[in-house]
Design a protein around this ligand. Structure first.
Ligand SMILES: [Zn+2]
Length: 99
């Protein structure tokens, strides 16, 4: 099921092709590639497009790959304090899931 509100088309800042928006002005493919390569920081965050929920999802993925809270914070471009808040939220969600 595709939610059209989450599939804004964007002229990708990386490959310059029109594609589904993945975040930071990048198409989904490039966004995932930069996220995996750790080069996402070179693209500015788009506060209006990339919701906090999306950043928390990115943060969770980086943490699953074994990054520390500090490293994950640097990857997604938030402060350590913000990342710690994300972590606390993730912990509470896991607590709910496990209960
Ligand atoms: Zn692209």
């Amino acid at each position: 099921m595709i939610d059209p509100r989450k599939c804004t088309e964007v002229l990708c800042a990386c490959c310059e092709e029109l594609g589904l928006h993945g975040g930071r002005g990048l198409c989904h493919t490039c966004y995932r590639r930069h996220l995996a390569a750790g080069t996402l920081a070179q693209y500015p965050r788009l506060q209006t497009w990339l919701s906090a929920q999306g950043r928390i999802a990115d943060f969770a993925e980086l943490r699953e790959r074994g990054l520390t809270v500090r490293e994950a914070a640097e990857q997604i471009g938030v402060s350590l304090r913000t990342a710690e808040r994300y972590q606390a939220r993730l912990n509470s969600q896991e607590g709910v899931a496990a209960a």
